[in-house]
Design a protein around this ligand. Sequence first.
Ligand code: SF4
Length: 249
Amino acid sequence: MIYDLVRYQLVDENTSSMKRENVLLVSLGCSWGKCTFCDYQDDKSSSVLACDSVNKKVLARVKGTEVGSTILEVTCSASYTELPFTTINYIRETCKEKGIKTVILEGHYIYREANPFFINFFNQYGIDVMFRCGVETFDEHIREDILNKGLPNVTPEQLAAYYQWINIMFGMEGQTIEQLEKDISIGLKHFKRINISIYTTVKNGPKRDLAAIEKFYNSSFYQELKSNPAIDIYDEWDENNEHKVGHDV
Ligand code: SF4
């Protein structure tokens, strides 16, 4: 089912050192589909035409150089490989038309071998590709036994061979600031950028640990992360933007 969601966002200097436009497109569906924290994979359609008609409208909102941005971040309810090829083509045309020089594609590690095809496809128009992967944590037990992420025994080095940017998640029951510190330290060593998502409880998923999140926001570590230009922090529940972090689209 295609949901009525916020599908376009300008990520400006207030939330990130990397000014960019973000689009949330409709995919054909996530074929992994097992992550226990994921409540967004239902935003999909098995019809290429239905995906394309929404995606075309969303991409029409991209302004590129008109708003001083040359970077387009493409997200969807699955991986970039699970967008229809016609949509991928619209993305490339939009980039060309709007002066976009870098496209960010996000997806699961299982599709890593497809990356060179995407690089080649966008490079034909002089557009660079940056790949982002949801890792969530380098704690193997939490990532695989609790989150069911599907990266068993995958090392940071193996991930970094394919991805330049990773997502880390914090704030679910069982996670500690000490583990987050380890995750960030490993992340900064191997990747160019890190997104930290403050966890939101989902139906049948792990619970949000409010005390741990509050402790994090009150810590000097949080201040340190906030001032690091390689890190973006997102908190969907920070309704009033009290902590001046970004909101997920
Ligand atoms: S790979 Fe992404 S879209 Fe698929 S279930 Fe996991 S988090 Fe959800």
